[in-house]
Write a new protein. Structure first.
Lengths: 294, 304, 706
């Protein structure tokens, strides 16, 4: 049973790929909870939806390759551009002129692309543990060789296509444990693994390869160009992404930075109260500004 | 001893009248704490100044007729019209292009008129228990009584029970009277502030206000009564022209200005109304924490 | 005369044509006010310049064909690309790398052009009454008149004056008609006059050339829409609903296509910058501030289980007595909870003691208004009206409470300990929704007692204060998680709170826990006493009388009176040695001297001297008198007149221990003091014992909360 149910569920067709979305109707600004890397579907936002939907209109979508959305074959189906176009398609289908975006990890890339292409559709953007290559990878991840065959991969060597196909569950167990470095995280870990099992090794492979073209320079430029209000939320115990990436992103984009001491990569799941309140305050502040203007 | 001494104080002359002002702090933006009816002087802001001046620049000044300002007996020095000049001159004096205005009771008249006439100099306005004549009916029954009563001669009236904790009767509004003010202004003040501060355990606040009343005199209050003032149409027109964000704070138990006035003012200025249950006419003295936090929240949004 | 003159002006020449510009220097972002076609010049922005220049750097210029700029008359000179390049040239020559561009009417397409082709130079666009072709239907009168632009008519009525031939021979009449339509608001005579005078800055032939150049360079509808949609900067559109030059639908469409915000001015015409300058100025200002963006703000939140236990300790600064007992409690707390972080919100002189002990003082302590200075300022001679002094401290208490509240909003403190922190206890009861953390209230007396000399009014006031406190606690029992009485039930003054109010003792026993007294030090054993006497330099045959008023500045009168008694006492008791300790707030040199009398300013660890003296002469403060009681020394004490705590609470408590000789300062002369000194010195006393575990007991009660 869910804490709250959508007022509208739908599917929008994007060149043969179906994108499933949910709308929680309400007055006030729209908050669009964007997909993340195609390892999880939209249930990753389950701790945000019921609260935010009491205050705002909320839209969520399953990223391509996950949930009720289609699973195109090949990296071309999972580019940043595809995700941005998916978001526009969902916005059009739900008659959402503009929205506050909330993204997790890789979702940052889609959010930045959306802002770049259609700044007028972005009222503001919240980035949680943004996966932006604006600072070096974590040291532990240097061992990663994604396309080699590694017989008995350890730690981040498991970030490996062959291993994903061989030991999908093993990889999920590993990466989810890295996401939740906080003690007593059994439930978030269980949840995330079960969501991870909903997708496939091939989707992980395609969606990872699609990001090969993301560059530090390109993302940096997008961050600098962003003219909408930004809030960055980053845990300092993030073991998936170097927290310095979020800090330098906040600086480039002149966004606000909320540091969560002791939090890992997905504080929206593990520290939902703080994250919910921060999102609420951010959206309220945007709304207040408009009132002053009007 | 004060909790916060001014960083700067001085006198400025407007229309030949010396007006004393004080400046506290150096934050942004500037908050101008307006005078109110000259029965009080700028110390009535004592619970706001130390807090607000840690965050913003705060300016206060004494109305002509009380505090350290001069005491003109000419009615033309009083009322809303000269106050338009006093307010503007004060902003010039402290070099503020624009400021957030905060007013109590009659300070509401000074604020509304100024915000309408000089919109570019007002970032926003907080009015507490505003005594702004925007309503015709109902609540003005007391106003009518006061007008009829003001010049009458009364037999000796019993002293106020407020110093002993005994509430006065509504009939004692007969003390709102020129002769009475000339004879025993302090007793009127006990009565009046007993009405203005009806919350239990308000002894200190009432005492303070009575103490500040000693700074003025019956003759001066009489001159103020005789001063030209705007009528209802004028205040409604001013209020409708206010374009800055407005916050109104009003006690539900205000026995000086009924809350209907604030409600109407909120409609006219498109302002927000914060009502305080159980509060009287001067919540800034009696519920200073709530009022201080509300002012700060408002100023921060306006200045954002 | 102008309201504001430019800080500099100049000419930039572009392909033989001079462009006159003005710069109003300021920090930060630049706002460029672009002139509208040849019909107007830079003075059209006169209502905006003084206001905006106070906030931003402002650049404006005269367009070619008007004002102080060159006035070519060929059609080619007025082609759109030339006009756009003029703006860029002004940006370049004024050193403006990036700006918010503001345009009226037909200047809008030019700034859209720059925003899309040189987007790095534009941070935002403001379009007022924008004239952009194709995006929405225009007024029919333009189409009608435009169709006959080249025709010679017999008569030219109204919009028919929009005609090549008419302009060439009677351009001023067109201006009069045109601006009466464009500024339709009543009482606009000045604005119309201004506009006509600027319009006369050019000529009919120039305007014809400009119009014909414009007609040649019109974009297709698709191109126009594409340009609008590709604007990535923030856009603000301001449009009057009665704009007879550009229909308001155009403004709406532009806002929609560019994703901008729209302000419609109900009943407003086309000349909004002149007719509604305040609204326009405020809107531009708000917009620019948004575009400018605030610098990054950073905030940190720590996961609950990653936090160390944190206590905020507020030690009452009135007198030094609380500092030592609070330190003793803090030490006991640390013994129970070794990882405890204790921050102190305190003020001088307490902070001196805390710093000396290596404690962590919260930086906000610096902002606190001085309570001890207030108390000192309320004293006159050997008199302190303590209740009134507390009342008149309302302003300082509130100021300090507001600081405290900010500290706890940010600080994530688990526990707040307030040792007679009246401000916190009172204002949290008045604003219960503001409470943070657990709260321990500590005091060594309960109840305000009226002084007889205060009469009926003071009896009423003290009862009223007591009643408020009782109601507070009855209504909000959750504000005090622990209330600790530093003492024992017998120490409570045996009176009622006031008429119709409970007995102080009954109520206190119901609402407090009792820690016993906390001295903050352990009195010496008889053996130790010998050692201490030697250490502080008291001779075996000497009878040492220590006179002190503690750390307060109040008490100089008492010292002087005792000093006056010294020669008489010395005469009667030759082995008498008198040591006067003036304390940190009284200058020793300001006291009278006598042969053999010793006067010191500050004495380190004075409690050791007091513990082994033969007689002490002190004020009626609780801390010092209880130290003497605990050490079992004879002493004379002189409560401050009108000080209800010293006269009632302390005296009653000392009576429980059978300790000290009560003296009244105002009715006692030096001779009587001398007699009391002789009488009391070296006297053996039998006081009830004072517990030594008070700090540990208090700490145990507190530790349960953290």
């Amino acid at each position: 049973m869910r804490a709250s149910l959508p007022t509208e569920e739908g599917v929008v067709d994007r060149d043969g790929v179906e994108i499933a979305y949910e709308v929680y109707e309400n007055d006030g600004p729209t908050v669009f909870l964007l997909p993340t890397w195609s390892i999880f579907h939209s249930r990753i936002w389950k701790m945000q939806v019921p609260y935010l939907a009491r205050h705002f209109r909320v839209v969520v979508a399953d990223g391509r390759g996950t949930g009720h959305s289609g699973r195109p074959a090949g990296p071309a189906g999972y580019t940043v551009s595809q995700f941005a176009e998916d978001a526009f398609a969902v916005m059009d289908a739900t008659k959402t002129a503009a929205s506050v975006f909330v993204s997790l990890s890789c979702g940052a890339l889609w959010a930045l692309e959306i802002g770049d292409r259609a700044p007028h559709r972005v009222a503001g953007s919240v980035f949680i543990g943004p996966a932006v290559p604006l600072a070096p990878q974590l040291d532990e991840r240097r061992v990663q060789r994604c396309d080699e065959i590694i017989s008995d991969p350890q730690e981040w060597e498991k970030y490996n296509v062959a291993y994903w196909h061989r030991e999908h569950l093993g990889f999920l167990g590993f990466v989810v444990a890295k996401m939740f470095t906080e003690p007593h995280s059994t439930k978030p870990i269980e949840d995330s693994i079960s969501w991870g099992l909903d997708t496939s090794p091939q989707v992980l492979t395609d969606s990872d390869r699609a990001l090969d073209t993301v560059t530090r320079l390109g993302v940096g430029r997008q961050a600098k160009r962003a003219r909408y209000p930004i809030l960055v939320i980053q845990g300092d115990h993030d073991a998936v992404r170097n927290p310095a990436q979020a800090a330098s992103f906040a600086e480039l984009s002149r966004g606000d930075l909320l540091k969560l001491q002791g939090s890992g990569h997905a504080p929206n799941v593990r520290d939902p109260v703080q994250v919910n309140l921060a999102i609420k305050e951010f959206v309220d502040r945007l709304a207040a500004r408009k009132t002053v203007l009007a | 001893m004060r909790a916060r001494e001014p960083d700067r104080s001085g006198m400025v002359e407007v229309d030949g009248i010396g007006i004393a002002y004080e400046v506290f702090g150096d934050g942004e933006p500037t908050i101008l704490l307006l005078p109110t009816w000259m029965i009080l002087h700028s110390r009535f802001w004592k619970l706001q100044v130390p807090y607000l001046s840690r965050h913003f620049r705060v300016v206060t000044y004494d109305p002509p007729g009380n505090g350290k300002s001069e005491r003109p007996l000419d009615p033309k020095a009083h009322g809303v019209y000269p106050h338009l000049r006093y307010t503007e001159r004060m902003l010039d004096q402290v070099g503020a292009d624009a400021a957030v205005l905060v007013g109590l009771s009659q300070g509401g008249e000074f604020g509304v008129s100024f915000a309408a006439e000089r919109p570019d100099r007002v970032l926003g306005m907080v009015l507490i228990g505003p005594a702004v004549a925007v309503l015709e009916k109902g609540p003005s029954e007391r106003a009518r009584f006061i007008i009829q009563n003001f010049e009458r001669t009364h037999p000796p009236l019993p002293p106020s029970g407020v110093p002993r904790g005994v509430p006065d009767e509504p009939g004692d509004w007969t003390k709102y009277n020129r002769q009475y003010w000339l004879g025993d202004l302090e007793d009127f003040a006990w009565f009046f502030f007993g009405q203005a501060l009806p919350e239990p355990h308000s002894t200190k606040q009432i005492e303070d206000c009575v103490g500040w009343t000693v700074g003025t005199a019956g003759e001066l209050l009489g001159a103020e009564w005789d001063a030209p003032n705007g009528d209802i149409a004028q205040y409604r027109e001013w209020a409708a022209r206010v374009s800055c964000p407005v916050l109104l704070i009003h006690g539900v138990d205000d026995r000086i200005v009924p809350i209907d006035y604030a409600e109407e003012l909120a409609r006219l200025t498109r302002g927000r109304l914060l009502t305080i249950e159980g509060a009287g006419h001067i919540p800034l003295a009696r519920d200073p924490v709530k009022v201080n936090l509300a002012i700060r929240d408002f100023v921060e949004v306006v200045a954002a | 005369m102008r309201a504001r003159y430019p800080d500099r002006d100049g000419i930039v020449e572009r392909e033989g044509i001079d462009l006159y510009y003005e710069v109003y220097e300021n920090q930060g972002l630049t706002v460029v006010l672009v002139p509208t076609t040849t019909i107007l010049n830079s003075r059209q922005w006169k209502g905006q310049i003084p206001y905006l220049a106070r906030r931003y750097r402002v650049v404006t210029f005269d367009g070619r064909g008007n004002g102080k700029s060159g006035k070519p008359d060929t059609v080619d000179a007025y082609r759109t690309p030339e006009l756009v390049e003029d703006i860029v040239a002004v940006l370049d020559s004024t050193g403006t790398e990036r700006a918010v561009l503001v345009a009226l009417c037909h200047a809008t397409p030019w700034i859209l052009d720059i925003a899309t082709r040189a987007s790095h130079r534009v941070s935002g666009l403001v379009a007022i009454g924008p004239h952009v072709d194709h995006i929405a239907a225009g007024h029919a009168h333009w189409a009608r008149a435009g169709a006959r632009w080249n025709e010679t008519l017999d008569r030219y009525e109204g919009w028919e004056m929009f005609n090549r031939h008419f302009w060439l021979h009677d351009y001023p009449t067109w201006l009069e008609f045109f601006f009466s339509e464009l500024i339709p608001e009543s009482h606009s005579t000045k604005q119309r006059e201004d506009a006509i005078s600027w319009g006369l800055g050019t000529t009919g032939p120039i305007r014809v050339s400009e119009l014909e150049a414009r007609a040649q360079g019109v974009r297709t509808p698709e191109e126009t829409i594409a340009v609008c949609q590709s604007v990535s900067q923030p856009v603000l559109v301001i449009h009057g609903t009665d704009d007879r030059c550009q229909a308001v639908e155009k403004g709406r469409a532009l806002a929609e296509l560019t994703g901008g915000s729209l302000i419609e001015v109900e009943g407003g015409g086309h000349g909004l910058p002149g007719r509604e300058p305040v609204k326009v100025n405020l809107a531009i200002d708000t917009f620019v501030r948004q575009v400018e963006g605030a610098p990054m703000r950073s905030q940190t939140w720590t996961r609950a289980l990653d936090r160390r236990r944190k206590v905020l300790y507020i030690s009452s600064p009135i007198g030094l007595g609380h500092a030592r007992r609070d330190l003793a409690i803090a030490q006991e707390l640390r013994a129970l909870q070794p990882d405890l972080v204790i921050e102190w919100l305190a003020q001088s002189p307490v902070t001196d003691v805390l710093e000396h002990a290596g404690e962590r003082i919260h930086p906000a302590s610096e902002w606190l208004a001085s309570e001890s200075s207030h108390i000192a300022s309320e004293a006159t001679g050997h008199e302190l009206h303590c209740f009134q002094a507390l009342r008149s401290m309302d302003e300082i208490l509130l100021a300090n409470f507001m600081i405290f509240q900010e500290v706890v909003e940010e600080g994530n403190h688990d526990l707040i300990i307030g040792d007679e922190a009246w401000d916190i206890d009172h204002f949290w009861h008045e604003n219960p929704e503001l409470k943070r953390g657990s709260h321990v209230w500590m005091t060594d007396f309960v109840g305000f007692i009226p002084m007889p000399e205060g009469g009926e009014r003071e009896a009423y006031l003290t009862a009223d204060y007591n009643a408020e406190m009782i109601e507070h606690i009855a209504r909000f029992p959750r504000i005090r998680d622990r209330a600790i009485f530093v003492g024992n039930p017998d120490d409570i003054y045996p009176e009622v709170f006031g008429p119709d109010l409970p007995k102080i003792r009954d109520w206190t026993e119901d609402h407090f826990q009792f820690s016993g007294y906390i001295t903050g030090f352990t009195p010496p054993t008889p053996d130790q006493a010998e050692e201490w006497r030697a250490e502080v330099g008291f001779g075996e045959d000497e009878k040492v009388c220590v006179v002190t008023v503690g750390g307060s500045g109040v008490g100089k009168d008492l010292l002087e009176k005792v000093i006056e008694a010294y020669p008489m006492a010395k005469q009667r008791l030759p082995e008498l040695r008198m040591i006067v300790v003036a304390g940190p707030r009284i200058e020793p040199g300001s006291l009278p001297g006598h042969e053999g009398l010793e006067v010191y300013g500050y004495v380190d660890r004075l409690y050791r001297h007091l513990s082994v003296c033969d007689l002490a002469v002190v004020q009626g403060g609780l801390t010092t008198t209880m130290e003497l009681t605990a050490a079992g020394r004879p002493f004379l004490y002189f409560p401050l007149r009108s000080h209800f705590e010293q006269n009632f609470h302390v005296r009653h408590r000392l009576d429980q221990y059978g300790a000290g000789r009560y003296m009244e300062y105002h009715t006692t002369d030096p001779d009587q003091i001398a007699e009391a000194i002789v009488d009391g010195t070296g006297k053996t006393v039998r006081y009830s014992p004072v517990e030594t575990d008070g700090a540990a007991r208090a700490a145990a009660m507190i530790a349960e909360l953290v």
